[in-house]
Design a protein around this ligand. Structure first.
Ligand code: ADP
Ligand code: SF4
Length: 687
């Protein structure tokens, strides 16, 4: 009950303590309807406050090619108003995070010169500099922020942010001794460095405070020790100086990889030690985040006076209906975030985000998928699902919810496919939640039967008598070396001991059991597997070399904000990282690497070679069934489809989505020539 108490925030009241804090999504100003519907579903799911992502206030803070919100002038109001209206439809409050990103502005679209407290190189990866703001610039910035606040109010927002977090924004940069080297009244002492933030809060209150609450999002600890704000030093003092000025404090640690740490590197509630001081300094409501999915933990942080509202980005993405489920006492139905940050990769890659746990995320508007409802089956038919990995489990679950008679056959004793195997790897325990949530839902469905330890042959499938068969038989790692950077099989690869991740996952191979000599892991996959196997080998005390054709270990994890931590961990563990190297040939214990730039050959000693390059679909059953198509009618079979990794190996999120899509589309007429989702097509008005 305590979680469902209303909270007064300045002139507005939140109907409960669930607060979807601002979060990026890769949709931004280019996909306003997709975005509005995604946010609406969260309000429907019980989040009392639903916020935008960061919203640029002026062309001098253009973060293109990143896809964020935009409120440069009145023309941008309707897109944001659509979101505010959608949130209001469920009696929730709409919040907007206004931002000016100073040195994190690219201005590649606007071509304006970026602005900063002091002359500083920009941090967007382009050879450009921001210029130091003079007094006129400061007056301009305050006016732009004020105008944006007025537009936000016009768009219908209830809470307007002044954003000083994540190392991204101009107000944080003014606070920072690193970036603020000014000698006027805006630089020097902390009191001077706080001045712009204070003035902007006052401006915003003055402009819209009659109807809108003013929130401050502040990085209370930059995790840089004395070089930055700390929760015991200047971060603490900033809150003390401004304690009663905003209507709400939204506090976290900086930068974004520290705030949104993955499950591999941080637990639920990891920020509590840093933010708990804030409530002691202010009477205003405090919101914080910590990937909270457990109602007990949420109640605890409220009771212990750590925060007043449970902030969430990822838990609200994985389960937009988390608050409603808690209110209804349906704890077992909560689809818990696994902390994988695939959602974050959408922002990094500038495409609409997706979620591993929630396949409907991003599909609410364009495909009309709702996270909690699914159309009943047009006919009571039977479906045999072969394989119980993420694709098979999701298909079985969603098909069962539609009312199909579902049988799920799995070769192994344990269900879960790659989830069950990979969740045993260091740092990936939470991945089991993808399996467990689906199994939990399936046990409530009397029309879904599970058959573990049941390897299906084509004869078995044809004899089974199902109307539809869907093959989710997964994939296996290649042993040829073929990968994104190797197109021709490498000579002599199997002239010495050769392994793939399958030997560890399925064959229960341990690093200690590998042959003597250095273990060489050749990683041309670039996601987590190569780095994790290197970590395991090094922890087992083995001499470990990670070779990769790209510049960094586990390079794709840049997009999940893990790469720096992975690289640091491998270095600390003593793993030798050989970047920009590919394999030329192998002769027993000698492996010839080549430099990807010069083709210069470097022999290294190799006791065991582990190839983490790419996977092949497990398609034997699909091919055999396709070859026996003439027998389908007699077997009562009208369709055979393949989903997930068995169709084309990819990430777990893609497998879940593939299973969900199959379940949604079974029995529907699909036009294979049409675009099967709505798009935001720009309407050209000829004047
Ligand atoms: P995905 O990621 O596409 O869901 P996984 O590799 O996680 O794929 O899961 C595939 C599952 O299919 C594995 O658990 C595997 O044991 C199972 N499987 C593969 N072939 C058969 C088969 N012929 N009969 C039953 N189960 C199978
Ligand atoms: Fe959580 Fe992963 Fe979904 Fe992001 S993608 S919300 S981290 S489960």
């Amino acid at each position: 009950d305590i979680l469902f108490e209303p909270v007064r925030i300045g002139p507005v009241t939140a109907r409960n303590r669930f607060y979807q804090v601002p979060h990026c999504n890769g949709m931004g100003h280019q996909n306003p309807r997709m975005l509005a519907e995604m946010r609406r579903v969260k309000a429907e799911g019980g989040w009392a406050v639903v916020a935008t992502e960061q919203v640029e206030i002026h062309p001098t803070t253009d973060v293109s090619p990143y896809m964020e919100g935009r409120l440069w002038d009145d023309a941008d109001i309707p897109a944001l108003a659509a979101m505010a209206d959608a949130v209001h439809a469920h009696n929730s409050l709409a919040a907007i995070e206004l931002c000016h990103n100073s040195i994190y502005s690219s201005n590649l679209t606007s071509r304006e010169v970026p602005l900063a407290p002091s002359h500083w190189p920009t941090k967007m990866g382009y050879p450009a500099s921001a210029r130091a703001m003079d007094k006129q610039d400061i007056r301009d910035l305050r006016r732009w922020h004020r105008n944006a606040a007025l537009r936000a109010k016009k768009a219908g927002f209830d809470i307007v942010y002044v954003y000083a977090g994540h190392d991204l924004t101009i107000f944080q940069h003014f606070l920072s001794r690193r970036f603020n080297q000014r000698t006027d009244e805006y630089g020097g002492s902390l009191e001077n460095r706080v001045r712009l933030l204070r003035e902007t809060i006052e401006d915003t209150k003055d402009a819209v405070g009659d109807r809108c609450a003013i929130a401050v999002r502040l990085a209370v600890d930059e995790m840089l020790g004395d070089d930055g704000l700390t929760h015991e030093g200047e971060g603490h003092d900033v809150v003390a100086m401004l304690a009663e000025l905003p209507d709400l404090w939204d506090v976290n640690i900086s930068d974004w990889p520290n705030d949104s740490v993955t499950a591999r590197f941080g637990e639920e509630g990891a920020q509590e030690p840093y933010i708990r001081f804030v409530k002691k300094l202010t009477t205003k409501p405090v919101v914080g985040v910590g990937r909270y999915t457990s109602p007990d933990a949420m109640v605890r942080v409220i009771r212990q006076g750590i925060m007043d509202m449970i902030g969430a980005a990822r838990p609200s993405i994985a389960d937009p209906f988390l608050p409603v489920k808690i209110e209804q006492g349906r704890m077992e139905d909560i689809r818990e975030c696994i902390g994988c940050n695939i959602c974050v990769s959408g922002d990094y890659l500038k495409v609409p985000m997706r979620c591993t746990q929630n396949p409907t995320l991003g599909e609410e508007w364009r495909r009309g998928w709702h996270p909690e409802t699914i159309a009943p089956a047009p006919a009571r038919e039977s479906v045999l699902v072969v394989g119980s990995g993420p694709a098979g489990l999701e298909a079985a679950c969603a098909l069962g919810q539609r009312g199909y008679d579902v049988s799920l056959a799995e070769e192994r004793q344990q269900l879960g496919g790659r989830l069950t195997l990979e969740c045993q790897l260091p740092g990936l325990a939470s991945y089991a939640r993808v399996r467990d949530w689906r199994l939990g839902q399936i046990t409530k469905l009397p029309n879904v039967s599970l058959y573990p330890a049941s390897r299906m042959t084509a004869d078995d499938v044809l004899a089974f008598g199902a109307n539809h068969v869907v093959l989710a038989t997964g994939s296996y790692w290649r042993r040829s070396g073929i990968g994104p950077n190797i197109d021709i099989p490498v000579r002599g690869l199997d002239s010495g001991p050769l392994f793939t991740p399958d030997d560890f996952l399925l064959g229960q191979l341990t690093p200690a059991a590998l042959p003597a000599g250095p273990i060489v892991i050749f990683d041309d996959d670039h996601y987590y597997m190569g780095g994790i196997l290197a970590e395991m080998c090094a922890r087992a005390g083995r001499d470990t070399v990670l070779v990769t054709p790209v510049g960094e270990a586990s390079q794709w994890t840049v997009n999940t904000m893990e790469q720096a931590r992975i690289q640091a961990q491998l270095i600390e563990l003593g793993v030798t990282i050989r970047p920009h190297r590919t394999m030329q040939s192998r002769a027993a214990n000698r492996l010839d690497l080549t430099c990807v730039y010069t083709a210069r050959v470097e022999p290294i000693e190799c006791g065991a070679l582990v190839l983490v390059t790419s996977r092949l679909p497990e398609e034997a059953l699909a091919l055999e069934l396709a070859g026996r198509r003439n027998e389908w009618a007699d077997a009562g079979l009208s369709s055979v489809n393949t989903i997930g990794d068995a169709l084309a190996p990819g990430i777990i999120a893609a497998a879940v989505w593939s299973g969900h899509r199959y379940a949604r589309e079974l029995g529907e007429t699909i036009d294979r020539d049409a675009v099967n989702f709505k798009r935001e097509v720009v309407k050209v008005v000829v004047e």
